[in-house]
Design a protein around this ligand. Sequence first.
Ligand code: SF4
Length: 316
Amino acid sequence: MSPDTSIPIVATTRTAGVNCGSAHEARVAEPFPIARVVRDGDVTKFCQVTPDGYEIESVLIPMGARENTWHTLCVSSQIGCKRGCTFCQTAQMGLIRNLTADEIVGQVEAARGVLGATVRNVVFMGMGEPMDNLDAVIESITRLHHDPARQIPRRRITVSTVGRCDGIRRLAALRWRRLNLAVSLNAPNDTIRSQIMPINRVEPMAELRRAIAEYPVRAGGHVLIEYVLIRGLNDASEHARELAAYLRGLPTCVNLIPYNPRQNSPYDVPDEETVVAFQQVLMNAGQLAFRRNTKGRAAMAACGQLGTLAARRRQA
Ligand code: SF4
């Protein structure tokens, strides 16, 4: 990991109406200053400081045949998160506050305007549960989609949820067929899922499955099922078979993510052979599945690693 790089940009957030040729009023959000940039290989985590003293963390992931051609930007929707998933760094902060639509769009502006990134995809997989801040998330998607200057259509945006069914249904009711949905599942059954994801005690997997089935996926598309593989907990072959049975009949693609340990984590990274075997069982069962290469782990920029305990302490 290279040392932190300070970017001497000072700006305040403002919004202003612009004529974008659309009935929808697009607005320009100037980004907050970037306090820190941490690089791990090609992955870049950057932190913007809000006027009330918190940090918004975002991650740039290089994409394209020759990497660095363009970027996927992982944005945060909240500072912290109240959902308490036991494997997740952000959960350690608790929820501090929601981000505004300006602050969400401002992450894209900062990535492009300050860091010079070519952002083509936006994924709501940073800090926070997007469905817990859905008004601002919907507004930010609307603005990104409608503003020709930003050119991030809904088909290039993914909202990832812990599995809040009313949020999935609210997004579905918008009839935005081309907005991508991802569900952070991480377990093949209620026993394991309730152990690591408290929401499952309220909204168990059968209810979640019904909500996924109702989501309007475009022809040939799928709902992305995120599955963090944790050694000895959810990574056995029988878990893969159980997962395949749960997903059978749903238009889904499983994204296998070898666990990225949070600070002081009680969990371990799975063996490489276990990851390969898990994927093979899924594919043998006819389930589309791929694995996400681990990027950004050293910079605490990998999936489930965002969030700083310092922010929590600053609030106290
Ligand atoms: S995994 Fe997502 S929903 Fe769960 S605590 Fe972390 S940020 Fe919140």
